[in-house]
Design a protein around this ligand. Sequence first.
Ligand code: OSB
Ligand code: MG
Length: 305
Amino acid sequence: MKYLFTFHPYKRRFIHPVQTNHGVWEIREGIIVSLKQEDGQVGQGEIAPIPWFGSETLEQALEFCSSLPKQIDSELILSIPDTLPACQFGFETALTETPEPPSLQFSALLPAGKSAIDASIPLWQSGYRTFKWKIAVNPIDEELAIFDLLVQKIVQNLANGAIRLDANGGLSLDEAKLWLETCDKLMANGVNIEFIEQPLPRSQFEQMLELSASYNTKLALDESVATLQNLETCYSKGWRQIFVIKPLIIGSPSKLRQFCQQNQIDTVFSSVFETDVGRTAALQLASELSHHNRAVGFGINHWFQ
Ligand SMILES: O=C(O)CCC(=O)c1ccccc1C(=O)O
Ligand SMILES: [Mg+2]
């Protein structure tokens, strides 16, 4: 099948810049690709790279789009190299129509620092029961003190709430142990700490593997499994706890499907602050492939001005 190919770059400013251990993120840039069939039907897909996370850059994606002829076919799309994972996702999802995904449980992302506490209240009231809080942004004693209040507010007082922490690879080994001890104690008191995400940088896989065997609190890999090749490597090296999957940057959705069907891995699907085009395709994959006891990290769909 031949398609008429066009693409449109976009740029959106966050209402509240996103703060992580990697720094402050103010503008989300990406590309919407359109594939028009001979009968006039148009399929859309989204390319939303995060270079600091291990995907290609926006420039590389733009260069790839610009290098293509006006007419392309699915054979070309299925042969996009693994060095362009966000392009693989954008083009492949534009080939197929996505039905409305069934309803999923969503996790809400709290702002870093102490504003998390106030932010959690209206989110709880609007129905969120899983919250993710970024750590390794401020000094650890400050964050431990805020965490204590956060747990009192949202998890302990109100039954059935869960909290996940995301360090974005920003902890030292000692800090990671301190967080894990803290979480283990809370868990022993009935607090639902779902997991700590990417405590150490991806260069420290072996240490994370050891930590995952030494504490009750679970660990999730995120930066370490940014692409499908990374995920396969971590799985083959013995990772059996949680894998965060960011569909828009992991690469080919058909290869992801294949991997998840062959290996019963524990997954958490997560957004990269894409538009509704990528979001719909990503949620479809999440509903097919995620374990339904884990909320998807696609909460609050109004990030942008
Ligand atoms: O996963 C979520 O709940 C929200 C999305 C999120 O945290 C995120 C979004 C963009 C880039 C990196 C990350 C991250 O998980 O580190
Ligand atoms: Mg993360």
